[in-house]
Design a protein around this ligand. Structure first.
Ligand code: GLU
Length: 465
């Protein structure tokens, strides 16, 4: 059975590159009726925080990537890691090393000049070799015996064949002097215990892969398949940075991006199915295969994300859109969002927007009359306008069955009688009732607002700043 995992380190927020990694791992598991595991790699006690763990869990929830197992925390598995360290020591695949910091410094300097593995393996027991005298005052680390000859190779499902010369690999420290296990070692034990079949992760881990493969081999574990994903670049082609770019999923939530649009965008960034741009997650799962993932880095394109977001907004059920915009309405000062039935409002406005903040803005005038901008007033409001609006209100008053059709039927004869074009009625009417000239069909808007409210607003006159 296919088993994949997403294994973020909780040292910040959930990065969109991480979301894409999670997405591909999730889709691969779903596509193959497998399992998707979430593992929190929190062994770096100094850099991992509770808040970051929460940000990861919230982010996964926001995008809707559900996991079948976990979250597993590495910090809760230390006993298991210690057990495997003992196992490797006993089987002769690992050994104690008593080097001092100073000795290691000298080795490092030498290795830099010679371009070889850093550690000179002086404590590695080999048949017939005399080991140095054990210093009494040094707590040893445990090192793994890397092969010293040949190559470690794998067929990367994204990058193709990769081969690393073993003599460039150090005898990796797997337990520190205080006994705590190190990062690469924990990953290996976890992937082994969790029976991961496909390791799908960022290509910043390519260098770790030969180390991990060799430890897995020493444990007689099945080697998973590896797929290393290239990183996502920003629009100018450089690495995305927290300072310059929106990199956290929370940033995109703030921008009013729908999770499905985010996933659609990230899915497409680095993978393709013909010319398909807009698709659902069900389609993505159906189409996804690692062989179609591009080995080249994708560039983030905000415009395309917004375009996709608009498509997803149009195709999202009104109920869901309402859930997403209610908190935004509250933020914009609407105390009782439920006082307006937003279902017909959604139907009217959702075709017009690119993000959920705009969508919320389009709802605002269903709650309150607001002040138009000076520029809009200058453009659409003239001296004769108030009297004309009063005359139109009189006509509206006479409507017995209040609906868009009957409202619409008044427009042409009114304009003719006033000797004006439709714009001279529609635009000031919008400003007066909605506080903006940018609304959908004004007859539909007035119909939804209700006769009483429309007449009340018209009677109030244009609100002044
Ligand atoms: N914890 C690693 C990271 O956040 C991922 C390790 C892995 O997937 O093997 O980059």
């Amino acid at each position: 059975m296919v088993r994949t995992r997403f294994a973020p380190s909780p040292t910040g927020f959930l990065h969109i590159g991480g979301v894409r990694t999670a997405l591909y791992s999730w889709a691969y598991a779903r596509k193959n009726s497998g399992k998707f595991v979430l593992r929190i790699e929190d062994t770096d006690l100094e850099r991992s925080t509770e808040e970051s763990v929460q940000a990861i869990l919230d982010g996964m929830h926001w995008v809707g990537l559900d996991y079948d197992e976990g979250p597993f925390y590495q910090t809760k598995r230390f006993d298991r890691y210690r057990e495997v360290i003992q196992q490797l020591l006993q089987s002769g695949h690992a050994y104690y090393c008593y080097c001092t910091k100073e000795e290691l410094e000298i080795m490092r300097a030498k290795a830099e000049v010679e371009g070889c593995a850093t550690y000179d393996r002086r404590w590695r027991p080999e048949t017939g070799k005399q080991l140095p005298e054990k210093p009494a005052d040094i707590q040893p680390v445990v090192r793994f015996k890397m092969p010293t000859e040949g190559i470690t190779e794998w067929r990367d499902l994204v990058k193709g064949d990769i081969a690393i010369a073993n003599d460039t690999l150090d005898d990796l420290i797997i337990a520190r002097a205080d006994g705590s296990p190190t990062y690469n070692f924990c990953v290996v034990v976890d992937d082994w215990d969790m029976q991961i079949t496909h390791v799908i992760r960022g290509d910043d881990h390519v260098n770790n892969t030969p180390k991990q493969i060799n430890i897995l081999k020493a444990l007689n574990a099945t080697i998973p398949q590896y797929a290393h994903l290239p990183m996502i670049l920003n629009e100018s082609g450089s690495k995305m940075s927290k300072r310059r770019d929106a990199v956290s999923v929370v940033d995109y939530d703030k921008q009013g991006i729908l999770p499905d649009a985010m996933l659609n965008y990230l899915a497409r960034l680095g993978w393709g199915h013909g010319d398909d741009e807009f698709f659902t997650m069900a389609q993505f799962i159906d189409w996804f295969d690692l062989k179609d993932v591009s080995p080249a880095s994708g560039r983030f394109n905000q415009e395309k994300l917004l375009w996709l977001n608009a498509q997803h907004i149009k195709n999202t059920a009104n109920d869901i859109l309402i859930q997403r915009i209610v908190p935004r309405l509250i933020e914009k000062g609407i105390r009782q969002p439920e006082s307006v039935d937003l279902h017909p409002v959604m139907a009217l406005v959702k075709e017009r927007v690119h993000d959920l903040n705009q969508l919320a803005d389009e709802c605002l005038y269903f709650y309150r009359q607001s002040i138009p901008t000076e520029a809009e007033i200058a453009k659409h409001w003239a001296e004769e306008t108030p009297a004309r609006m009063a005359r139109f209100a009189e006509q509206l008053k006479n409507i017995t069955e209040w609906n868009a059709e009957n409202i619409h039927a008044l427009f042409a004869p009114f304009c003719e009688a006033e000797g004006i074009k439709m714009g001279k009625l529609g635009m000031p009417l919008r400003l007066l009732v909605c506080g903006t000239s940018k609304t959908p069909s004004i007859d539909a808007v007035l119909a939804l607002l209700g006769k009483e409210e429309v007449l009340r607003r018209m009677n109030n006159g244009l609100p002044q700043a």
